[in-house]
Design a protein around this ligand. Structure first.
Ligand code: ZN
Length: 455
């Protein structure tokens, strides 16, 4: 790939500033922004101070005392292409510090190779790389046919309604983006880096069985809601027959084919699969619909037949499936088991029926035209140039803020790419490789430069 002189200068500047970048990232890691409660306002201030020093415009949108979202713009030009860089400032909490090698807020550098701490991979390194990208590209902004918007958000770890969703519905409402990068980890060690072009949806459904309570010595006088629920749970696998059969956007064989292309010798890839059998679970989780019973509540006293039992099921949906299909399928399954669905009950009051309700719903999304996207093909080439290995397209089993950008028409070409690997996310000893962090700064900077320099 032919490179402009400026691109070589950008790469050299990054290599010469590594210690400064580590210092900035450490400051972010040392600043606690566990959610709950959040306190993303402290991270927003760190970013604002850094960008203020560079003369880059930055607005903080505070809420709930210590929380905030942030927008920064490389320039005042909103006429050309717009690249959105999105990263969340909150992290999940850390329990049991004794399981960590170093304190989770230490930002400890180990062997000059790794940085440890809560939020390194999810996703302070990705966010720091995005802030640094703005600093690097500032000197070229007058040449650019477009703009970069940095959106540092709150609340991702609790669903994103107060963060990315709020920004898209309010401060970003009148902006149309051409391409968006979310800087979440996109490493799946020991494979090379992936570029994430889709994600599964997540629907939480609460099932409530309503029976009739009575004294436990005469159970035949009542209707045990716990037994109704266990009957439903034992048959829950049958739901697959009641929902439309959908092919995954990337099948297991296609995914393996894409990943194997990163290796010069196919045997090398096959050996990795043989040596790491757990990776097969990763393929299963991104190519299949899944469900898991996560909450079960029932009974108020040892000698009372329970008249109510509640269960929550976590469904993970493939792109093309939605919560309506799940509720519809569940209601048909429960009806076929012989129970009345509450909304169909004509009786007054609630008894001997089952209620099915969606309590949270994150939609699955996928860039269906990824093969024909020139922006994506440019992105893949830059990742290959920097990481020296061909990246592969992937879909993530977890939900991210991509849903808010990809599914409502705001920015269909939203990808996830960032430092870190899946195996230590939300776990003790979360860490990133420093080279991965530096490489991400290079990828973001070169891609933004290319995108905004082209007509
Ligand atoms: Zn994250």
């Amino acid at each position: 790939m032919k490179r402009a002189i400026e691109e070589d200068l950008i790469l050299r500047e990054i290599d010469e500033s590594i210690q400064d970048y580590i210092k900035f990232l450490k400051l972010m890691i040392k600043t606690d922004s566990c959610n709950p409660p959040g306190e993303e306002g402290k991270i927003a201030s760190i970013i604002k101070n850094y960008l203020d020093e560079q003369g880059i415009k930055c607005n903080i949108f505070p809420f709930n005392q210590s929380r905030a979202n942030l927008l920064a713009y490389l320039s005042d030009n909103f006429d050309g292409k717009i690249l959105l860089l999105n990263g969340h400032m909150d992290t999940v909490p850390f329990s049991s510090e004794d399981k960590w090698k170093y304190h989770p807020l230490s930002g400890k550098v180990e062997d000059n190779k790794y940085i440890y701490g809560r939020g390194t991979a999810d996703m302070k390194a990705g966010l720091a790389a995005m802030v640094i990208t703005l600093k690097i590209l500032k000197k070229y902004r007058k040449k650019f046919n477009g703009n970069i918007i940095l959106n540092a958000v709150a609340d991702e770890e609790q669903g994103g309604d107060l963060g990315t969703k709020w920004c898209v519905d309010n401060v970003l409402k009148n902006i149309k983006c051409d391409f968006a990068i979310i800087g979440e980890y996109s490493g799946f060690n020991p494979f090379p880096k992936s570029v994430i072009i889709g994600e599964k949806g997540r629907t939480h459904v609460k099932i409530t069985t309503h029976g009739i309570s009575c004294h436990a010595s005469t159970p035949f006088l009542g209707k045990n809601a716990a037994y109704m629920m266990t009957d439903i749970i034992q048959n829950i696998d049958k739901i697959i027959k009641y929902i439309p059969d959908i092919d995954p956007p990337l099948t297991e064989s296609k995914l393996k084919e894409f990943i194997s292309q990163s290796y010069s010798n196919p045997e090398e890839f096959n050996k990795i699969l043989r040596d790491n059998p757990h990776l097969n679970n990763l393929f299963t989780s991104v190519t299949q619909f899944s469900k898991a019973l996560t909450i079960l509540n029932c009974g108020i006293k040892e000698n009372i037949i329970p008249d109510k039992c509640e269960a929550v099921i976590d469904f993970r949906l493939l792109p093309g499936q939605d919560s309506k299909m799940i509720v519809n399928g569940l209601e048909r399954l429960i009806t076929d088991l012989g129970y009345l669905i509450a909304k169909n009950s004509t009786k007054k009051g609630i008894s001997e029926c089952v209620d099915v309700k969606v309590i949270s719903d994150n939609k699955a999304s996928f860039i269906h035209k990824w093969r024909s996207s020139t922006n994506l093909s440019s992105f893949f080439k830059i990742v290959e140039l920097i990481y020296k290995k061909k990246p592969f397209p992937f879909i993530t089993p977890a939900t991210t803020d991509a849903e808010f950008l990809r599914t409502n028409g705001f920015c269909p070409e939203t990808i996830i790419f960032g430092p870190g690997s899946f195996e230590n996310i939300h776990a003790a000893n979360e860490h990133i490789e420093i080279q991965d962090f530096i490489n991400c700064i290079k990828v973001y900077s070169l891609f933004a430069f290319k995108l905004l320099s082209s007509l």
